[in-house]
Each structure stands twice: as structure tokens, then as C-alpha cells.
Design a protein around this ligand. Structure first.
Ligand SMILES: NC(=O)c1ccc[n+]([C@@H]2O[C@H](COP(=O)([O-])OP(=O)(O)OC[C@H]3O[C@@H](n4cnc5c(N)ncnc54)[C@H](O)[C@@H]3O)[C@@H](O)[C@H]2O)c1
Length: 371
């Protein structure tokens, strides 16, 4: 019997993409930046798959993950489909022995996220999610300052992602709860995640929240990304939400999120109050949803020995793409053991428990215990 030829340990990591939509360009750019090869694209929409393959110069095109795994050799899979398909596709890829990078939200609920975390552990594969806001230069600088102890103990946080005109089309998968898991609470969960990341992911105890649907079918509040409306489609998700999370360590996180609300403009921010310093990481948009119009700010609030305000602006390079390329790059650098993962499956489970509790509290009108 002949010996199996040895694997070239220095060959590039090979990745297959599942979903050829709007996020593909960031995944491709980030993977390639870290030296990986994008070897295949799978999407049941043949036109979308062919268009993306031509745009990104990828030769292997499939209509399902199953065919892609059967016919092309790869080390990792990235999942960028509507949210409902994250869990089954992630499980399928992990069970085939692939490392997985999956778009946010991790899943449509905590039960699914826990199952994904369990299988990743059993199969000893890397599972990461695209919490790209953690990869923004401002977020990385703030996380480093907090980790150094500059802020002291953080008592409270305010996490906002509020839009004025940001409904991602009417009737498509985003506004159909069965496909998306919900509206802005689950879609814009980034700032809740970033607040938890800054605090070291404490365990939540209670959530009290309310959601509002008032503007969810109002055509004046559509976002600017050209997402088509689906005639006769469903709009059964919230347009806005407010809530409070109380953690087991006594800290609190106030959250506000909306796709459509009477705000001045789109704001994406985490503010916090620590025992030594407060801080803010913020993106303000001149035009809702258009990254090129955004202004970023990262600053900390100190009190000097004489009792004067000694505030500090932390200047970082501008990243118009909000860490979307850097986050995909971190996945490959993690596989290459050159960087630590920016997030873990256990954190995804904790986050999804909070998201579930927000919806449960909004439904019952009562605080929900998080377990
Ligand atoms: N991190 C971010 O900043 C960010 C921004 C936007 C969207 N997202 C997330 O990215 C994901 C995709 O969003 P999008 O805007 O690219 O969506 P999209 O609607 O533009 O594209 C989704 C693609 O997935 C395909 N698809 C559906 N089912 C599939 C399956 N079973 N196998 C393979 N492909 C399938 C569709 O045909 C479509 O081409 C969502 O989870 C969304 O929440 C993340």
C-alpha cells in the first residue's frame, strides 16, 4: 500500500463561502488579507452565486453547502445567509470537520447557539461569529484601556444602535421573524455585545424590556441599501426596543435599538461609567446607513488629583467598514495561531440568552430571569 502524501503545512487555509449576498465582499477581503484562499461559493440562488463568483474570481460554484463539501477540499466555511439558516449550516460544516466563521446573530435563539457551541467543542473546531464591531480600531483601543485597568470596575453601560430611517426592506427575510429571529434587537445586537465584551461578559440575572412596532410598515422609514421589498411578504418584527439588563455582579446595561424611530440621526454607541473613568465609543451618521458619512469617536473621562476633568480622546485610524474586514481576517489569523479569537461560542450563548430575555420580557411585560 502506498503512503498518503504528506499535507503541506504551509499551504494557505482554504475557505468556502455559504451565501453570496451583501456581506460576501467583507469576508472575501478579510480572508485574503490574512493569506487564505476563497475556493468556492454556495448559494441556492444560482444568479447570486455566479455573480459573486465572477466578482471575487472564485471558480467553484454550488447550490448547497452539501455539494460544496462533497466536491471541493477546504479547511473552513463561512456562513452568511439569513439568520434562520445559521444553526443548521454551522452544525453541518462542523460535523464535516470544518472550522466555521458565521455572521451575526449567532442563531435565532440561545438554544440553537448552545447546540452550535457544544458541537464545536465536541469536534474541536474553531467557531467564531462576525461581531465586527469588536474589531473596530476604537473598540480595540477601548478594550485595551479597560483591560489595563484604566476604567476601574465598570458599574453601568448604555448600548445604543438607533436609526431614523433604517428598515431593511419590507416583507423580505429581515422583517419576517421566522427567518430573522426579530427586528433591530437581534439584527443590531452588536452594541449589547460590545458592552458585554468591555465588561468581560458578566452573567446576566434579569432583563426588563419593551418593543414597539409603530413604524414597521411605514414606507418613509426604509433604509438606503436598495434591499427590495417583497409584495405580500411579512413584517412581524419590532421597529424599536428599550431595555435594562441587571448582571449577577451588580452591573447594569441599558439598551436602546431601532430601525425606525423619531431620532435626529443614526447613532451607534457604547457609553460606560467605571470607578476610575468613564468612556464612550461612538459612530454618528450624517445620513442613516451610509458608512461613508460616519464620524467615529473614542474617549475616556478622568478626574485628576486636583479634581479637574482630565478627559482623553483616544485617536485611532479610521475604519469606514466598521471592522468587517478586520473581523474576518482575525478568524484566519486565529486558525493560523497568530491571533487570539475576538469572540468565543460561550459568549455567543450568553448574548443570545439576553436577546431571548428581551423578547420574552417585551411579550409578558414583566422582568425575565436569565438562566
Ligand atoms: N456584520 C454585519 O455588519 C452585517 C451586516 C449585514 C448583514 N449581516 C448578516 O449577514 C447575513 C447575511 O446578510 P446579507 O445582508 O448578506 O443577506 P442577503 O439577503 O444579501 O444574502 C443572503 C444570501 O444567502 C443566500 N441563502 C439563503 N439560504 C441559503 C442556504 N441555505 N445556503 C446558502 N445560501 C443561502 C440567499 O440566496 C442570499 O443570496 C445575515 O445573518 C445578516 O444578519 C451582517
Amino acid at each position: 500500500m502506498g503512503r498518503k502524501p504528506k499535507e503541506d503545512v504551509n499551504r494557505p487555509i482554504m475557505v468556502g463561502l455559504v451565501g453570496a449576498g451583501g456581506m460576501a465582499k467583507y469576508h472575501v477581503a478579510g480572508f485574503r488579507k490574512a493569506g487564505a484562499e476563497v475556493v468556492a461559493i454556495a448559494d441556492p440562488d444560482a444568479d447570486a452565486a455566479e455573480r459573486a463568483a465572477a466578482k471575487f474570481d472564485v471558480t467553484q460554484v454550488y447550490d448547497s453547502l452539501e455539494d460544496m463539501l462533497a466536491q471541493t477540499k477546504m479547511d473552513a466555511v463561512s456562513i452568511l445567509t439569513p439568520n434562520k439558516f445559521h444553526c443548521p449550516l454551522v452544525l453541518q460544516a462542523l460535523k464535516a470537520g470544518k472550522h466555521v466563521f458565521c455572521e451575526k446573530p449567532p442563531a435565532i435563539n440561545a438554544k440553537e447557539a448552545a447546540q452550535m457551541a457544544r458541537v464545536a467543542k465536541d469536534k474541536r473546531r474553531v467557531l467564531m461569529f462576525d461581531f465586527n464591531n469588536r474589531a473596530r480600531p476604537e473598540a480595540m483601543a477601548m478594550k485595551a484601556a479597560i483591560a489595563r485597568g484604566d476604567a476601574g470596575r465598570i458599574n453601568s453601560m448604555q448600548a445604543l444602535w438607533v436609526r431614523r430611517t433604517g428598515i431593511p426592506g419590507f416583507g423580505g427575510w429581515f422583517t419576517t421573524k421566522a427567518l430573522s429571529g426579530g427586528g433591530p434587537v437581534i439584527d443590531l445586537l452588536h452594541m449589547i455585545d460590545l458592552g458585554l465584551h468591555f465588561m468581560g461578559y458578566p452573567e446576566a440575572r434579569y432583563v426588563l424590556a419593551a418593543t414597539y412596532r409603530d413604524l414597521i410598515t411605514d414606507k418613509r422609514f426604509k433604509g438606503p441599501w436598495g434591499i427590495p421589498d417583497k409584495v405580500g411578504g411579512t413584517c412581524d418584527v419590532e421597529a424599536a426596543a428599550n431595555g435594562l439588563v441587571l448582571f449577577k455582579n451588580g452591573a447594569t446595561l441599558y439598551l436602546r435599538t431601532s430601525w425606525a424611530e423619531m431620532n435626529k440621526r443614526e447613532e451607534v454607541s457604547v457609553t460606560f461609567q467605571g470607578t476610575k473613568a468613564g468612556g464612550l465609543v461612538r459612530r454618528l451618521f450624517a445620513a442613516d446607513g451610509i458608512d461613508a458619512t460616519a464620524e467615529d469617536l473614542c474617549e475616556m473621562y478622568f478626574q485628576d488629583a486636583a479634581g479637574n476633568n482630565a478627559d482623553k480622546v483616544i485617536s485611532t485610524v479610521k475604519d469606514k467598514e466598521m471592522g468587517r474586514v478586520r473581523s474576518a481576517e482575525n478568524f484566519i489569523l486565529t486558525l493560523q495561531k497568530k491571533e487570539k479569537p475576538l469572540n468565543t461560542p460561550d459568549e455567543a450563548v450568553k448574548l443570545m440568552k439576553i436577546i431571548d430575555a428581551i423578547y420574552a420580557s417585551a411579550k409578558t411585560g414583566a422582568p425575565v430571569r436569565v438562566r
